[in-house]
Design a protein around this ligand. Structure first.
Ligand SMILES: Nc1ncnc2c1ncn2[C@@H]1O[C@H](COP(=O)(O)OP(=O)(O)OP(=O)(O)O)[C@@H](O)[C@H]1O
Ligand SMILES: [Mg+2]
Length: 594
């Protein structure tokens, strides 16, 4: 395909991946606009000749279109010609519109599914680094812009070919007048180039500030309860205003230039047509008999060139958004986790060998950590806040990879196993379980297929949640989650355990499962863990001594190093941290210096 103009090329390079199968519609669009353009030129020419003949009281005209000349064509025939051109023009317009709409729809489908899917398949470090609201903004605004870009490209292409064909026709009718106008229009486009550059820069800044605002809105929604109780709505709003104000200035300026450029262009180009007419009239380079038709054609070409100008403008405005989107896709796609690997039948042992990890280079969080866990063991992971417990959990789950040393599962590097198998065997209960807006049963299933109602109920019973579900208005079909009935903290925690147990995992990792629970819920969670003990490898991050009671061994972390790893009695004598904690009777009251 021909790539008219620079901004179009930029847009084309960005949008092309979302055209998918629609690319094959582009030649059709070009053909329909070229043929449509010629039909329109023919129509305009015939209309003017008919009008002039009627005004002069003649009933036939002499036609002259470059090499084609016909004398004494009757008006009736010309009317017929007009009708024919009209139908052709309409037909090509319909064809072009259908193609444009199809292309836009396909682009919408592909870009929307790609943003979401790329995000979902990116690794955890990339996902967790994602700012709140950014993805939503990408999905709504930016995807909308891709679609707008695709439509705009089509419109621009149609305008371009229409313009070319009408200008060609004008050149055939009156080479001098058309030539002069065209030359002037070309010069004008060069003169207006700096304005286009400015538009691009302004809209780049505007796009960036939009993302900032979206992020802040998302954050405001998440912490709205805190905003209420700290009574800081005005302060949050004022803070938001600080971000909104500069972006409004950008918006105003980009709007101004966007409106102004095409107006300048149109007025000046119209002046050029007048100048060309004056030149023909003054010099007599053309015979002047077809001047009416050529002026009409040039004015029409002007409309198309204005459309083209507007699309160039829009292309400049869109370019930064598409660049951001493409960058984001590249980040996600680079971070996609390979799914293939060796099968993992069952987990027999877990071993860390001198594992090192850091979130930020030169700030080690885990240092030369070595330990080995036997199947069915229950391990309590303790240590002061910031000692690296949650980091070890993420490493154990394969969500993050060691920067040094090795993580071995069944004696082989953990990352060599296929992801499907891996996550069937490794389950996780986060501290803050999030509910989906769905039925209780679907919350336990969490999108995993192939689990019938019995399997769901079994998991709920293991998590000691079944009795409470049975008392809900619709039992397992009760809708819970955002905007519907909420669960208590303890119920949500047990929902997390039910979720994790659905697939009968070999290894269950729990991050502070009881820290926020009342005594009854804590007892129920402990009961579940006791029942699993021996069958499933349990790794429990906990602050409460009572929860650690079921553990065979305790692993004490201190600033990312292993301070102790032994039976609780032994640890009580060897670890200062644990001794202190025992003295205070709950680890939650432990001093933070580790
Ligand atoms: N995403 C991150 N980026 C940078 N640093 C991080 C990140 N997550 C954790 N850290 C840092 O790593 C260290 C260990 O954090 P980690 O969350 O593993 O501690 P923890 O033992 O789980 O603490 P707590 O008991 O408070 O949950 C801390 O110094 C923390 O500031
Ligand atoms: Mg933690």
């Amino acid at each position: 395909m021909k790539r008219p103009g620079l901004p179009f090329r930029r847009i084309w390079d960005r949008i092309q991946p979302y055209y998918g199968g629609s690319s094959r519609r582009l030649p059709g669009l070009a053909v329909s606009s070229i043929l449509g353009g010629f039909a329109e030129a023919g129509l305009l020419y015939a209309v003017v000749r008919v009008a002039v003949a009627i005004a002069a009281g003649e009933d036939s005209v002499d036609l002259s279109l470059g090499p084609i000349a016909a004398d004494g064509v009757r008006l009736g025939v010309l009317f017929g010609l007009c009708g024919g051109f009209l139908l052709l023009r309409l037909g090509f317009a319909v064809w072009g519109s259908v193609l444009t709409a199809r292309i836009a729809t396909e682009t919408l489908r592909l870009s929307r599914s790609r943003v979401f899917s790329d995000f979902l398949h990116a690794d955890w470090p990339t996902q967790s680094a994602e700012r709140e609201g950014d993805l939503q903004e990408l999905l709504s605004t930016h995807v909308g812009r891709i679609t707008a870009g695709a439509t705009m490209l089509s419109t621009g292409m149609v305008a371009f070919f229409n313009f070319i064909t009408i200008v060609l026709s004008a050149l055939v009718v009156s080479p001098a007048a058309a030539g002069i106008s065209l030359l002037g229009a070309g010069l004008l486009a060069v003169v207006l180039r700096p304005l286009s550059k400015m538009t691009r820069r302004l809209s780049g800044d505007w796009a960036a500030s939009n993302r900032e605002v979206a992020s802040r809105v998302a954050e405001g929604v998440r912490v709205s309860q805190e905003i209420q109780v700290f009574d800081v709505a005005d302060e949050v709003n004022a803070d938001m205003e600080r971000y909104v104000r500069p972006s409004l200035r950008l918006f105003y300026r980009s709007r101004l230039i966007a409106r102004f450029t095409p107006e300048v262009y149109q007025v000046t180009a119209l002046g050029l047509v007048i100048a060309a007419m004056a030149l023909v009239w003054g010099t007599g380079v053309d015979d002047g008999s077809q001047l009416g038709a050529v002026v009409l054609l040039l004015v029409r070409a002007l409309t198309y060139s204005q459309q083209l100008q507007t699309t160039v403008q829009q292309a400049n405005e869109l370019a930064p958004y598409l660049e951001q989107l493409t960058t984001q896709f590249e980040i996600y796609e680079r971070a996609a986790r390979p799914r293939d690997g060796e099968p993992l039948g069952t987990v027999t042992d877990l071993r860390f060998e001198e594992v090192e990890f850091a979130y930020v280079s030169n700030v080690p969080v885990i240092r030369r950590l070595s330990f080995s866990i036997e199947p069915g063991e229950a391990i309590g992971l303790v240590g002061a806040s910031g000692s690296g417990k949650s980091t070890v959990v993420q490493l154990l789950l394969g969500l993050r990879q060691p920067l040094g040393g090795q993580y071995l599962v069944n004696g082989h590097a953990a990352e060599r196993y296929a992801l499907d198998d891996w996550y069937r065997h490794f389950a996780y209960v986060p501290q803050d379980n999030k509910l989906l807006r769905a039925t209780v049963a679907d919350n336990i299933r969490f999108f995993r297929s192939g689990f019938d109602d019995q399997a769901v109920e079994r998991a709920a019973r293991l998590a000691h949640l079944h009795d409470e579900i049975a008392r809900m208005p619709d039992g397992y079909d009760t809708i819970i989650g955002s905007g519907a009935a909420d669960l208590s903290g303890g119920q949500r925690q047990r929902m997390g355990i039910a979720r994790a147990l659905l697939e009968n995992p070999s290894v269950l990792v729990l991050d502070e499962p009881t820290s926020a629970l009342d005594v009854r819920s804590e007892t129920l969670v402990q009961q579940s863990l006791t029942e699993l003990h021996g069958r499933t490898t349990l790794i429990i991050v906990a602050h409460r001594i009572s929860t650690l009671g079921i553990c065979d061994k305790l692993m004490v972390l201190r600033e990312g190093r292993l301070e102790a790893f032994a039976a609780p009695d032994e640890v009580a004598t060897s670890s200062d941290f644990y001794r202190d904690a025992l003295r205070l009777s709950t680890l939650g009251g432990a001093r933070g210096e580790g």
